[in-house]
Structure formats: structure tokens, C-alpha cells
Design a protein around this ligand. Sequence first.
Ligand SMILES: [Zn+2]
Length: 100
Amino acid sequence: MEREVDFDRVEYATNRNLEDDEGNENGHIKMFSYDNETFFYDMTCPYCGNSFEGEDELGSRPWWIECPECTRSTNVFRIKDAHDRKVKERGADTDEVPDV
Ligand SMILES: [Zn+2]
């Protein structure tokens, strides 16, 4: 179920583990986009271990992917969000709920 990625065209890519409620990294997501609008993902659900893939248009945050098997949703933040999170960790003012 590996999706071919054309890295010459990729604008955005992420590849990281996903945690369940206890913080166990049971899941994984690989996500990429060629235009920063349509995102393709290949995900292993951290809650039930189901692997699935799909594509979606990423709008505004927060962005969630729902597992078709157990219907739990996982919050997926983008590279920009990861940067924001670092700012939060440094203690900058924010009125947003952290991603974790
Ligand atoms: Zn699941």
C-alpha cells in the first residue's frame, strides 16, 4: 500500500509517529502534497492499528483524519503548526489549545 512519491514535485511531506491517549507511539502517518492544497496520506491508526490511505484538501486548522475502522479521529498538524508548537513551548502567548 505504499504510495509513490515524486520528491521532485513535493511541496510538503511529513513522516512521523502518532500517539494514542496514553502517549504510546502505536500509529504512524506519512503525508505529502504537491501543491499545499491537496494532501495525500498513508496512516496507521494509533488506536486500533488499522492502516489506510486517502487524500483530502487541507483547510484551516485543526485538521483531523478519522479512522474508518474505529472512527477515532487523529489530529494532524502541518509543518507550519509544528513551528507554532515550538513557539508555544517557548512560552509565547497563545489563545489556542495545544495540539497535544
Ligand atoms: Zn482506528
